[in-house]
Structures are given as structure tokens and as C-alpha cells.
Design a protein around this ligand. Structure first.
Ligand code: SAM
Length: 261
């Protein structure tokens, strides 16, 4: 029933996620650099290179939807890649996020960027699990991206259903998210960093230990690469490659892709 424990747990998770991101929004970009020793930049660059967004001159431009796009980190990189590598000045990115504070930081960045007044970058308040409510039409998107958002969703399966709905046939779903490290020795070091160092950094730099402890826990509780690949397939996507995903940094993060048939 709609009053079951699950619904209560879900709404607690949603409000927790919302307060965490409102609280981290101002220091978000700096903290990402510190927590990951700037490696998140490398992951995001690799992610975008793998997707190779943009189309050659004369071809139909792409409509890209970046879900849980936050301050626009992925969106700027997608546009830079399309513009600089393909001389594509027409493909567009819509950044969608559930949190108005993150979107506000993104809009401020956009206003200072080379894309101000280009009409190529826009922002939308939306829940990944219900894009219909935000007005995203069926079969309207060529490329759906999401980075470091999915582990905050109440239901990845629901978000995948929405991704499938809004993508055009032949459109691509792509997700970059924390994953599971294979090598036990490397995993021990990584856990020492996550549990020992990151909350302390949050406390010292952002004055907010609790939010960063939450971020570490949400990574710990998150799914394995196999589980995510299975959900992508269950949503109806064709999963490319033998393994079905690509690990970066020994599985600290992974990219999952799916093609809508
Ligand atoms: N993609 C950006 C990046 O890589 O820098 C931001 C990632 S940030 C860790 C996670 C974002 O997910 C936050 O901005 C948060 O507001 C957003 N988020 C969490 N749950 C969401 C949901 N159900 N729908 C849309 N966005 C969500």
C-alpha cells in the first residue's frame, strides 16, 4: 500500500538526499577535487570520450539529457567535446536535477561560460524517476547521461524505465557511478581513504562531517557492476561489449551503457 514501510523509507531517503545536496552545493566542486585527489576529472573526461558526443557538420544535432546533472560538470564536458572535436555548434544539453541549489550553481557557471546565450545549455528541475512530470516527452532524446546520481535514486529501475521512455530508438543510455573494486589490497587502501579521510575533509573544508559521511556510506551500500548491468538489461536496453560495463581505476567507478532497440 502507499502507506507501507517502503514508502516511508523512500521518502526519508529522498529528503535525506535533498538536504545533503543542498548543504554540499556551495563547496561541491572543491570537495570533489579533494576527495578524489582530482581523479574525478579524469573519470569524467574518460566517460565523455567513450560516449563521443556531437555529430559532424551537416548531420542532425543531438539532444542530450544529463540527469542528476548538478552543477553541470558533465554537461560542459559534453558540449566542449562536441564543439571542439566535431565542430558541432548545434547539439544541446538539458541538465536535469532534483535539487534547486545544485541547479542554481550550474546556471551561475553557465552564465560565465562560453555557452552563455548559445541556447545550447538549459536547466530543468526534475526527478529522474518521473521525467514525465517535468515534461520530458517520449522518444525525444539521443543521448541520456548520468554521473554520480544513480546511487541517490530511490529506485534505479524506475529511473531506467524513464530513460528508456525518453530515448529515441537507437538512443544511448550512459551512466558513470561508483562501483566495486576487484583487487582486495587496493580495496583496503581505498576504504581507509573513504571512511578515514573523506569525512574529516568534509568537516575541515566544508564544516559538514555528516554529509560527507553519508556520501561514503551511499557508495558502500551501492550495487555491484553485475547488478547494475542486469537492471539495464531488464529495462529493455541492449548492453554492448562482452562484460557489459567499463571499469575505471580498478572498479572505483564504472560506466554502464545501454542502447534502446
Ligand atoms: N552529475 C554531477 C557531477 O557528476 O558532478 C552531479 C552529481 S551529484 C553527486 C548527485 C546529484 O544527483 C545531486 O545534484 C542531486 O541533487 C541529484 N539527485 C539525487 N536524486 C535525484 C533524483 N531522484 N533525480 C534527479 N536528480 C537527483
Amino acid at each position: 500500500t502507499s502507506f507501507g514501510f517502503e514508502t516511508v523509507a523512500e521518502s526519508i531517503k529522498q529528503s535525506k538526499v535533498s538536504s545533503v545536496f543542498t548543504s554540499v552545493a556551495p563547496s561541491y566542486d572543491t570537495m570533489n577535487d579533494l576527495m578524489s585527489l582530482t581523479i574525478h576529472r579524469h573519470w569524467k573526461r574518460q566517460f565523455v570520450q567513450l560516449l563521443d558526443p556531437g555529430t559532424p557538420r551537416g548531420a542532425r544535432p543531438q539532444t542530450i539529457l544529463d540527469i542528476a546533472g548538478g552543477t553541470g560538470d558533465i554537461a560542459f564536458r559534453l558540449l566542449d567535446h562536441a564543439t571542439d572535436l566535431h565542430a558541432d555548434h548545434a547539439s544541446r544539453v538539458l541538465v536535469a536535477d532534483i535539487n534547486p541549489a545544485m541547479l542554481a550553481a550550474g546556471r551561475a557557471r553557465a552564465a560565465r561560460s562560453r555557452y552563455r546565450d548559445s541556447g545550447r545549455l538549459s536547466f530543468l528541475e526534475a526527478n529522474a524517476e518521473d521525467l514525465r512530470a517535468a515534461g520530458v516527452a517520449d522518444a525525444s532524446v539521443d543521448l541520456y547521461t548520468t554521473a554520480f546520481g544513480p546511487r541517490n535514486f530511490t529506485s534505479l529501475a524506475a529511473a531506467l524505465r524513464e530513460a528508456y521512455r525518453v530515448l529515441k530508438p537507437g538512443g544511448v543510455f550512459a551512466m558513470l557511478e561508483f562501483a566495486k573494486v576487484g583487487n582486495p589490497a587496493f580495496n583496503r587502501l581505498y576504504k581507509m581513504w573513504s571512511f578515514g579521510v573523506i569525512p574529516l575533509m568534509g568537516q575541515v573544508v566544508a564544516g559538514d562531517r555528516e554529509s560527507y559521511a553519508y556520501l561514503v556510506e551511499s557508495v558502500e551500500r551501492w550495487k555491484s557492476q553485475e547488478e547494475v548491468a542486469e537492471l539495464v538489461r531488464e529495462a529493455g536496453f541492449l548492453v554492448p561489449g562482452e562484460k557489459g560495463w567499463v571499469d575505471f581505476t580498478g572498479g572505483v567507478v564504472a560506466v554502464h551503457r545501454g542502447v534502446k532497440p
